[in-house]
Ligand binder design. Structure first.
Ligand code: GTP
Length: 358
């Protein structure tokens, strides 16, 4: 038996207002909650039991899992108060059944990746590591903590975000998936908030424990910010990102019960949620539209997220923006450049328009 912990208890503040009603890992991505893509990938890699470490809106996970059969045993652990990433791992370990020397795979609940999970576990076991981190290479490492490794794959340092070009000593970053030897998890202090990145990894390194890094150059994206969330969904729909939950990639994914006028164009990896309506001559490109939304005629939506039950009036332009659940956007408005409209908000006709446009 192989076990894993999936960290899904964060508040997802960077994705607000989408995470007001729904925790980030339960937001639909390419038609199913993001967490389903992760659970199915873990299952396909030979994990037989997974503990969901929940806290924020744990009820949403509990009812979904009760109604689903994902072909793997899913157990829910719920912290009464959020314990941070390290505290959550420690709390969830009480729900594991393996022995003290068994490997436990830990996934951040917002990372879309093609990493070879089986190879990561094999590497962990063959090096007798205490912890093995999955590392990925990024083109611009300035926004990330850096993780340089030796030629044997030993982690040398955990560095804060680099402030100067000299501080960019590597392009390797922590990709949000680890293998822990169970006994190492059980040494994390219990019942108090702990950050695995800031408190556990550096302490293990300082104690000269075997902290290894495996660099994988496959697909990797952190879906924690709106434009990355859209990009991840688009990549899944188009087949550019791997997931067993996407069986037939294509130009768009249109779920059941939708009404889409023949002259509307749904393209660029867009997902249209269940029961959503799209009016005539509208284009929805590279976007995610949740269930039961209503999009009028002559609307243009690009690189955006439209929340559940949201209503978009005729002739609106929405680009690189987020519309919260059940918001009403009156006809003719233009939202661009990272605009976010809150849950249930109402915009009258033509209140937001870009002056540079005619
Ligand atoms: P932001 O608020 O937008 O930063 O998102 P987040 O709350 O998801 O935080 P972050 O991306 O830093 O967390 C990484 C992973 O750990 C995510 O999958 C979170 O759901 C999870 N996580 C963060 N804090 C906790 C916690 O206190 N408990 C549990 N169970 N999971 C957590």
């Amino acid at each position: 038996m192989r076990e894993a912990i999936l960290l899904v208890g964060g508040q997802g503040t960077r994705l607000r207002p989408l995470t007001i009603n729904t925790p980030k890992p339960m937001l639909p991505v390419a038609g199913v909650p993001f967490t389903v893509h992760q659970i199915m990938r873990a299952r396909d890699a030979g994990i037989t039991r997974i503990v969901l470490a929940t806290s924020y809106r744990a009820d949403v996970f509990a009812s979904f899992i009760a109604d689903s059969d994902l072909g793997i045993e899913v157990v829910i652990a719920t912290e009464e108060v959020p314990l941070g990433t390290g505290g959550a791992i420690r709390f969830a370990s009480g729900f594991l059944t393996g022995g003290s020397e068994d490997p436990v795979v830990i996934f951040n609940g917002d990372v879309l990746t093609g990493v070879d999970i089986d190879a990561l576990i094999t590497s962990h076991e063959s090096t007798s590591a205490d912890v093995t981190l999955y590392l990925t290479r990024v083109a611009d490492p300035r926004a990330y903590g850096l993780v340089p490794t030796s030629s044997e794959g030993r982690v040398l340092q955990f560095l804060e975000k680099p402030q100067t070009p000299e501080e960019i000593v590597t392009d390797q970053i922590n990709a949000g998936c680890y293998v822990f030897t169970r006994s190492v998890i059980d040494s994390i202090p219990e019942g108090k908030p702990v950050s695995v990145e800031r408190e556990i990894f550096p302490v293990l390194l300082a104690a000269d424990r075997a902290v290894m890094g495996v660099v994988d150059s496959g697909y990797w994206l952190d879906l924690g910010q709106p434009m990355d969330f859209v990009a991840g969904s688009v990549d899944l729909v188009l087949g550019n990102a791997p997931s067993p939950a996407v069986t037939s990639p294509g130009e768009s994914l249109i779920l059941t019960g939708t009404t889409i006028e023949a002259s509307a164009n749904i393209c660029g990896g867009t997902t249209i949620g269940k029961g959503t309506k799209v009016g005539s001559n509208s284009e929805v490109r590279a976007s995610v539209v949740f269930d039961s939304a209503s999009i009028g005629s002559n609307v243009s939506i690009t690189n955006s997220i439209i929340g559940q039950g949201a209503v978009i009036g005729d002739s609106c332009v929405i680009a690189d923006s987020v519309v919260g659940d059940f918001a009403h956007i009156g006809a003719g408005n233009e939202l661009r450049n990272g605009a976010r409209v809150w849950v249930n908000a109402e915009l009258d006709e033509l209140v937001v328009r870009f002056s540079s446009d005619k």
